[in-house]
Design a binder for this molecule. Structure first.
Ligand SMILES: [Zn+2]
Length: 279
């Protein structure tokens, strides 16, 4: 396994950047083969941008392809399910929604899609689907069945370091986690590894700018202050994982160059001023 192949499972366009953009950039730098599969095209999401004739799903598909090209992803596939929308909304009842698909059916579909690949690791989400969106919870549910289906040795669950985010002045998901703060991400006890985003942050930042329909109105890569960038880095600069070996004897060493042991984490990232040119 000199050049591992790593499959990232994501629910919607933009999740690949927000949760794993630095990891993808680092994997590409290391010469690994990087595959991304999306459960949906994000058609039930929200936007306040002018789509000029596109459906939201069409627009987000193009944005995702651009972002993945920016990051250097080798292959992108679409699993073809509908976006379930947020919990409690009308779209969650849709029989074609990703969150309503059977786990074995989804895993088999992924297995067929990537039958020509030798996949070493599958990246999915933690058991809360990071923040509870039904499609993100579904990504968690399919991660292990998929890893077994494709013969991978490792499962890596992307997550948020809940303890760290709760220490910030303003919790970035305060509106969605108020009822049960523990139903979000993972505690520091639960996480195992992190990808430090400092050196990779400019790439993550450049990739997320392709998701024009999703970024805030004041998000302008050509004209903004270091405060906005540092605020983004403070929350999303470090990417966290819960790692599971699912095949006995599997060798972790190829991955150790990118995924650091959590005990090596040095805390909140420094200002990105020295890492992002032209800010
Ligand atoms: Zn999502």
């Amino acid at each position: 396994m000199t050049r591992p192949t790593i499959l990232f499972l994501h629910a919607h366009p933009d999740d690949e950047c927000i949760l794993t953009g630095a990891t993808i950039a680092g994997a590409v730098d290391a010469g690994w083969r990087v595959l991304v599969a999306y459960g949906t095209r994000g058609d039930a999401g929200e936007t306040n941008k002018d789509l000029t004739g596109d459906t939201l799903g069409e627009r987000r598909t193009r944005e995702a392809l651009s972002a993945c090209a920016e990051l250097g992803v080798d292959r992108v596939e679409w699993l073809g399910y509908d976006d379930s929308g947020m919990a409690g909304t009308e779209t969650t009842g849709n029989a074609e929604a990703f969150s309503n698909a059977s786990l074995s059916e989804v895993a088999a579909r992924i297995g067929r899609t990537f039958s020509d690949e030798r996949i070493d690791a599958v990246v999915g989400y933690d058991r809360h689907g990071t923040y509870g969106h039904p499609d993100h919870v579904q990504v968690h549910a399919i991660t292990r069945p998929t890893a077994h289906e494709v013969g991978a040795s490792w499962v890596l669950e992307a997550t948020y370091n809940r303890d760290y985010l709760e220490s910030l002045d303003e919790h970035p998901y305060s509106g969605t986690v108020a009822d049960d703060p523990t139903a979000f991400g993972a505690s520091f006890d639960e996480v195992t590894h992190f990808v430090e985003g400092h050196e990779l942050f400019a790439r993550k930042d450049a990739a997320i700018a392709h998701h024009h329909s999703q970024v805030p109105d004041d998000w302008d890569p050509d004209n903004r202050g270091i405060e906005q960038l540092d605020g983004f880095a403070r929350v999303f600069g470090t990417e966290w994982y819960i790692t599971h070996r699912i095949r006995g004897g599997a060798d972790w060493s190829p991955f150790a160059s990118l995924f650091c042991d959590k005990l090596l984490w040095s805390g909140a990232p420094p200002s990105m001023r020295e890492y992002v040119p032209d800010v």
